[in-house]
Design a protein around this ligand. Sequence first.
Ligand code: AMP
Ligand code: ZN
Length: 465
Amino acid sequence: MKIYNTLTRKKEEFIPIEPGVVKMYVCGPTVYNFFHIGNARTFIIFDTIRKYLEYKGYDVKFVQNFTDIDDKMIRRANEEGITVKELGDRFIKEYYRDADNLNIERATSNPRATEFIDEIIKFVQDLIDRGYAYEVDGDVYFSTKKFKEYGKLSGQNMEELQAGARIRVDERKQDPMDFAVWKSAKPGEPAWDCPWGKGRPGWHIECSCMSQKLLGETIDIHGGGMDLVFPHHENEIAQSEARTGKPFSNYWMHSAYLNVNNKKMSKSLNNFLTAREALEKYDADVIRFFMLQAHYRNQLNFSGELLDAAKASVERLYNAIGNLESLLDEVSRKELNDKDKIFVQKLEEYKQKYIEKMDDDFNTADAISVIFDMVRDINSSVDVESSKELVETSLNMIRELGKPLGILQKTTKGSLEEEIEKLIEERQKARKEKNWALADKIRDDLKERGIVLEDTPQGVRWKKI
Ligand code: AMP
Ligand code: ZN
């Protein structure tokens, strides 16, 4: 399996440190607000990578943090008149609600920065002791010049970085590129006791610290959105490798942006749609399909039309699932005949193609094309003449290949029942409002689909004829 490594700027064969195990850390959200579908793209991409690694048989230790202390958290908590902790608690709950609804599997661990303060202080002290960090009036800065490889992830040397940087001149820093690993307390801000007075951690240090504590000194994969390459991940590398003298992560993966009119979707540009709003209109399969139809390293433009197109594509796939589910009740022959056996072989070939695409740096775009080719073939080759085993094998194969993408796992049977219940409710409402025409239309439409309604003293019942 090959993974594109931002650090080396090439695709490399993936070799985990421990055979069969993948240690993976992905930078998570700052929990001061609902997350938008730009953030969701990154979460869905790394969830898919994790699911695919699991599909390949790896035991994936997946850590994604919650940044629950920073300037934005403090500002928002003040605006709302609540504590930073209360704000964090609330939006962590909201995160889980939306992430669960997007079929994003819960991480092995979701550490909160504020739960690791003691560990972070130890980390900062180690950096000072080793000569990589210095304290000025309660603030602690990382000395970028001391870390000779600073710039290796973003591919810039110190001179280029300094020339390109629009950094506020801060007299207290030894070099403009130095960054805060610890910030002294300002009035009204949450603060913790530390050897340098009172203060709170900088943003970058939390990831270095929690990754090391939960996954060890060197991990297999570190991920996040493209915007995190510099300075966040560059700084994480500097801190972690300065402390341990070992590589922090063997593979660095970055997902490209979800854009609106070719501009990154972001809170600051106010061009965002929250995941919650998107989920009101589209279900998780559609949103995931939309995100995964592009390669994760290619930018993707968001628009309502593209989501509608994704919806139509997902419906086509579910129609095939629906057909197969109905065929299960209709076919009479049980075992495979020779013709069926040839088709089972073909299904295996589609699976191998799909694996080839996914093994090539998680090419979900091509993997989805393989699923479409396969479904087209199933639609024209599997019918009432097929054996039950062939119908089952076809259905299972669609589900198997959809699983790492987090799509195509639903049954159309349940949804048919739900749909009918909903139509019955609508009919009852129409009758109450004496809208007999609508009530009759709903009944007739259902009848056409082979569903008859009976009015009983217990309410409306339906049956299939
Ligand atoms: P934040 O809460 O802003 O720290 O973002 C959480 C994650 O979402 C990070 O990995 C970001 O890189 C990622 N992210 C933010 N905006 C976008 C976007 N428009 N497209 C893709 N990923 C994004
Ligand atoms: Zn991070």
